[in-house]
Design a protein around this ligand. Structure first.
Ligand SMILES: [Zn+2]
Length: 183
């Protein structure tokens, strides 16, 4: 059986982690082995859990980078019995693409969640590539912090040229097209 790639993307505060956890639990309830990983660079969460913004928690193993993903999978479980969740996947960058392809080829179901556009509104790897290869794409919106409309952007509330800066509500706002001010 071939594997499957599902993407959950959208701006910050759109409920991506909540939807990821819901699908992992659903897989567990269907008798699959569900595992979750997140990058260690996401310091918002505890050492071994995905913390979603409303406060739901699921055990997730922190990975310093995507090269450790294959070795971190449970041994003795056939790949087609695995549901693998990857949260905050934009922090892994394009090196995540190769192990994701390997796991799909082995028959695993992968659910990759993260922000598909950076603070300038530009495509954010690994998402452009993974979105093209996905079996199913869920693009969530948030609520614009300025006008209350449907937000598709993550507005950075501080000045930095770094493409990746970890932050929560104090550092980012969800914004609609009209209210988004890149840079
Ligand atoms: Zn707005």
């Amino acid at each position: 059986m071939p594997g499957r790639l599902e993407i959950i993307c959208g701006p910050m505060f759109a409920g991506k982690s909540t939807e990821l956890i819901r699908r992992l639990r659903e897989g567990q309830n269907a008798g699959m082995t569900a595992v979750a990983f997140k990058p260690t660079s996401d310091t918002r969460s505890g050492e071994s859990s995905i913390r979603t913004h409303p406060g739901d928690v699921l055990d997730a193993e922190p990975l310093p980078d995507s090269s450790g993903l294959l070795a971190a999978l449970p041994t003795g479980v056939a790949p087609d019995q695995l549901v693998i969740g990857l949260d905050e996947a934009h922090f892994f960058g394009s090196p995540l693409i190769a192990p994701v392809r390997t796991l799909i080829a082995r028959g695993a179901r992968l659910i990759v969640a993260g922000v598909e556009r950076d603070h300038r509104g530009l495509p954010f790897e690994p998402f452009p590539t993974l979105l093209c290869e996905a079996d199913e794409v869920t693009k969530l919106t948030s609520i614009c912090a300025v006008c209350g409309g449907a937000a598709i952007h993550s507005q950075r509330m501080f000045t930095s040229d770094a493409p990746i800066v970890v932050g929560g509500a104090e550092s980012y706002q969800a914004r609609c097209r009209a209210c988004f001010q890149p840079g």
